[in-house]
Design a protein around this ligand. Structure first.
Ligand SMILES: NC(=O)c1ccc[n+]([C@@H]2O[C@H](COP(=O)([O-])OP(=O)(O)OC[C@H]3O[C@@H](n4cnc5c(N)ncnc54)[C@H](O)[C@@H]3O)[C@@H](O)[C@H]2O)c1
Length: 292
């Protein structure tokens, strides 16, 4: 018996890259898999690969960012396989630009695929899981870009939203026995290939290297894990720390601009937070020139 025998799993954006690797690995581990992608050709090709390897699968073509289509995808899983045990919210899109050069169409597309798509599929999946009596797993896809990385502000913001969803869903769904985690996977896919046109990337490993983490999170072995954002960077397994509020650092009956200025220059100075994925301490002199 495979690790996911008798499980019914939906993987979004499964036509290529990481999603394909997750869907193929889940089917090989015994799961019945709904392969979703907005791109019909690649979705059908993955479906054919799974079936020719002896796996059970259904193909759903549609955008995760369409409420009705997301509902239909989850219903398809329930109709064909009798239930839904897991959703891998993998579909997403990405591009590089300086923030001042960003454009409305690309921003909307990024928010739609990464944020609305995650929300729509997650909400329909959790409703179905609750209707069938509770239990189940949702895995969202995030990126260390949410911590702040040059040239991916819109994408990073969308992935930050995905993390917030993960934390809130994990809290609200605990009483239904539904676990919600997010993964920050990295692999040489079409997405990373696009960035290589603009800058070097150390990512050389294939998407299949990320699949064991998804299998583990989908399985009962990880039944004690929820609300976690887990990063796999090549062979390095890391956790993305939960954003948190510091203890009160200064308190006044009422604040004035002058008092805020004094406190920020002196008392709060050692507490200023580093920002961005790669910064270790708040910069010594971040003062910028201001427009007149
Ligand atoms: N590759 C990496 O190193 C990396 C790093 C961090 C996060 N991620 C995340 O992992 C996920 C998969 O990335 P990938 O590298 O495999 O990307 P990819 O571009 O290679 O594949 C993404 C797939 O999602 C599909 N898709 C896009 N928008 C969709 C939509 N609205 N509805 C349905 N399908 C849609 C695409 O057609 C494509 O087949 C994404 O959420 C991405 O942000 C990837």
């Amino acid at each position: 018996m495979g690790l996911l025998a008798d499980r019914s799993i939906v993987v979004t954006g499964a036509g290529r890259g990481l999603g394909r690797a997750y869907a193929v690995a889940a089917a090989a581990a015994g799961a019945r898999v709904v392969v979703n992608d907005v791109d019909e050709d690649v979705a059908r090709s993955v479906g054919a690969d799974i079936e020719s390897a002896g796996g059970a699968c259904a193909v759903h073509v549609g955008s995760v960012a369409d409420w009705e289509s997301a509902d239909e995808m989850i219903q398809r899983c329930v109709r064909e396989f009798g239930r839904i045990d897991g959703l891998v919210n993998n579909a997403g899109s990405h591009y590089l630009t300086l923030p001042e050069d960003d454009e409305e169409v690309r921003i909307r597309d990024t928010v739609e695929s990464n944020v609305l798509g995650t929300m729509f599929c997650g909400i329909h999946a959790m409703r179905a899981m609750i209707r069938q009596g509770g239990g189940g797993v949702i895995i969202n896809s995030t990126s260390a870009a949410q911590c702040g990385v040059s040239m991916v502000a819109s994408y990073g913001a969308a992935k930050g939203a995905t993390n917030s969803l993960t934390y809130s869903w994990a809290i609200d769904l605990m009483k239904h026995g539904i676990r919600v985690n997010a993964i920050s996977a990295t692999a040489l896919t079409r997405m990373v290939g696009h960035t290589l046109e603009h800058r070097d990337s150390p990512v050389t490993w294939p998407p299949e290297t990320m699949a064991p983490l998804v299998l583990y999170l989908l399985s009962d072995l990880s039944r004690a894990l929820t609300g976690q954002v887990i990063r796999l960077w090549g062979g390095s397994l890391q956790l993305i720390a939960h954003p948190s509020v510091t203890p009160t650092l200064a308190e006044r009956e009422t604040w004035t601009v002058e008092e805020l200025d004094r406190v920020f220059r002196h008392e709060l100075r050692p507490h200023l937070q580093p920002f961005g994925r790669d910064m270790e301490a708040y910069p010594e002199s971040p003062e910028t020139t201001q427009s007149p």
